[in-house]
Design a protein around this ligand. Structure first.
Ligand code: PBG
Length: 333
């Protein structure tokens, strides 16, 4: 302290000087149970293939994914989000492998439940991993966009398959209008009133999905997703409206995606809804941290924790993150 201290009644630094006080004053605390871990399941046996643009993340066959998930459950993670990756030769314009009740997603759900692994299975409902053109559903006759209402019919079938295989939650991610209401009706009629819906309500057409499209082999063959995903420059009212529509139709939880560049959207949606909000720290957000850390340009662990803390501070109740391997080390259960 200098000889003649400034006459300051408020000195915010006082509370930063002692570690125990700093720790006690943390308002936002991350725990492993805040996180949902994504899994990419592929055909075959004994397959564990690292995704080039997502170091530390692997495509796994069912026999490898099951023990991997058992490990995550043991660490205190409570839910996984499964994406199916199918051989290109099986894909067609309708995305029919999505409706096969023996596809990798259904087989994984059954195996996890048979092994009684204490994790809730959440399935991504979408057709981009299954269509030959890589769009999120069958196209309109002029092939200019995805046919909304036909896709919704198919999503209901996909959801019932997943529910039958043991999904606890289905997560429509294709941004089709009316999907949530149709899913709620379809699941209830098929006897699955207990299966929840987590809607990807607020999903932007984002450059940050790049690495995922490698991981899931789901890049659109032509065009982009701007005729169904949201425009980042539209403003938050559209986000609030999307969330409201889905909740009205029966969504149990809503999602904002991506997360890091959309903290304002997370906050605005959080303030306008009364159901849990899930934020998705997407593949590109993960890849940027990993790439910079690999170059020694940022501290990996600190960057992971800081980015995820910001997402929770903005208002996310749960977070989907690819960093489970680091979080198991860094966070309490
Ligand atoms: C669609 C889907 C996508 C992601 C999750 N579900 C890709 C897309 O919309 O192109 C992206 C997730 C990520 O980037 O981590 N099935």
């Amino acid at each position: 302290m200098s000889q003649s201290p400034l006459n300051l009644p408020r000195r915010p630094r006082r509370l930063r000087l002692r570690e125990p006080l700093r720790r006690m004053l943390q308002g936002v605390k991350l725990r492993r149970s805040d996180f949902i871990v994504p899994v990419f399941v592929v055909e075959g046996e004994n397959v564990q293939r690292e995704v080039a643009s997502m170091p530390g993340v692997h495509q796994m066959s069912v026999d490898v994914a099951v023990p991997w998930l058992a490990g995550r459950a043991g660490e205190g993670f409570g839910a996984y989000l499964v994406f199916g990756v199918v051989d290109r030769a099986k894909k067609d314009p309708e995305g029919s492998p999505a409706l096969d009740e023996n596809n990798v997603v259904c087989r994984l759900l059954r195996a996890v439940n048979e092994r009684e692994i204490p994790m809730a299975g959440i399935t991504d409902l979408c057709f981009c991993e299954y269509t030959s053109h890589g769009h999120c559903g069958p196209l309109t006759a002029d092939r200019s966009t995805v046919d909304n209402d036909r896709t919704v019919d198919l999503l209901v079938k996909q959801a019932i398959n997943h529910a039958r295989a043991g999904a606890a939650v289905v997560a429509p991610s294709g941004m089709m209008d009316g999907a949530v209401g149709a899913l709620r009706g379809g699941l209830d009629a098929a006897g699955f009133a207990d299966v929840s819906i987590l809607s990807y309500s607020v999903k932007y057409a984002s450059a940050f999905y790049g690495p995922f499209r490698d991981a899931a082999d789901s890049a659109p063959e032509f065009g982009d997703r701007q005729s169904y995903q949201m425009d980042p420059s539209r403003g938050v009212d559209e986000a609030i409206e999307e969330a409201r529509l889905d909740i009205e139709q029966g969504a149990d939880m809503v999602m904002v995606k991506p997360a890091g560049a959309y903290l304002d959207v997370i906050r605005a949606v959080r303030q306008s809804i009364r159901v849990p909000l899930v934020a998705y720290q997407v593949s590109g957000e993960y890849a940027m941290i990993e790439a910079a850390a690999a170059k020694g340009w940022i501290d990996r662990d600190r960057a992971i924790l800081e980015s995820l803390t910001a997402i929770k501070r903005a208002g996310a109740d749960l977070i989907i993150s690819y960093s489970a391997h680091a979080l198991a080390r860094l966070l309490p259960a």
